[in-house]
Design a protein around this ligand. Structure first.
Ligand code: ATP
Length: 246
């Protein structure tokens, strides 16, 4: 309600096919301009939650079987992915998935197709090149030739080309070296400071809790813990399970 919540997930239930229930009543609130981390181990339901928000569940033979997803007070859980992108919610799926045979520039252009105007596209491209100078340097190179970290940057840059209000990131740190993970974390913070809200799904709790203001921990399809990121960093359960503490 009101303008204190941008994205609101209420009592969300998701199933795949007939027998797999992946989410059992999940709540999540994202304030405007907020960064919320979703933590949890393999199979906890993190990607499923993002798919429910981006409208891509059906592509994975999944469906919302209860509860709702609201964006700016509008129900979006029955919209298709393109309509959700049009509202300003853009996802970067796990595994980056850049168009490997296209150039860096062509990948960015593909992300800007839905942008409102040529001027909007130009501004978005400037922002992407400022955030990721390497994408300007490599504009004409094939995306498949970039390093893993650069491909992740391209995937995020491509999503930013439509100037989203809410960015959904699925494990951006996956498979990247610690230094590159730090770099991606710093960039996510910068994107947030520029006024874009972010949902950050991560198995890397150290990075995610550094970047996010608020976090939830999913365990087998339920929210086991939630609170300010600083508080969760100090929680004994989080320390033991996700931060390598004892
Ligand atoms: P990971 O980091 O491994 O992707 P996750 O927390 O993102 O983990 P999900 O991928 O959301 O977890 O999976 C949640 C549950 O739903 C798991 O039990 C998983 O096996 C199941 N699941 C995910 N996708 C499908 C699918 N397309 N069909 C059937 N079951 C699925």
């Amino acid at each position: 309600p009101g303008n204190s919540v941008l994205l609101s997930v209420r009592d969300l239930h998701v199933r795949y096919g007939r027998s797999v229930i992946a989410l059992h009543g999940v709540h999540l609130d994202v304030p405007p301009d907020g960064v919320v981390a979703v933590l949890g181990s393999n199979g906890a339901g993190k990607s499923t939650l993002l798919r429910a928000v981006s409208g891509t569940l059906r592509m994975h033979r999944g469906a919302v079987s209860g509860g709702e997803v609201r964006y700016r007070d509008r129900r979006i859980d029955r919209l298709d992915p393109a309509a959700i992108v049009h509202l300003g919610v853009v996802g970067v799926p796990e595994g980056r998935q850049v168009f490997a045979r296209m150039t860096v520039e062509e990948n960015l252009r593909a992300g800007g197709i839905g942008a409102a105007s040529a001027r909007g596209r130009a501004a978005a491209r400037r922002r992407v090149h400022e955030l990721f100078p390497v994408l300007a340097d490599r504009a004409r190179q094939r995306a498949g030739l970039l390093s893993g970290g650069e491909q992740q940057m391209l995937a995020i840059g491509r999503a930013l080309m439509s100037s989203p209000e809410l960015l959904l990131l699925d494990e951006p740190s996956l498979g990247l070296a610690p230094k590159v993970v730090d770099r991606i974390g710093a960039i996510i913070r910068e994107i947030h400071q520029q006024g874009t809200a972010v949902v950050l799904v991560e198995q890397n709790a150290v990075m995610a809790l550094r970047v996010a203001e608020h976090a939830v921990v999913l365990e087998v399809g339920r929210v086991a813990l939630s609170g300010p990121a600083a508080e969760l960093s100090r929680s004994e359960d989080v320390q033991r399970l996700y931060l390598g503490g004892h």
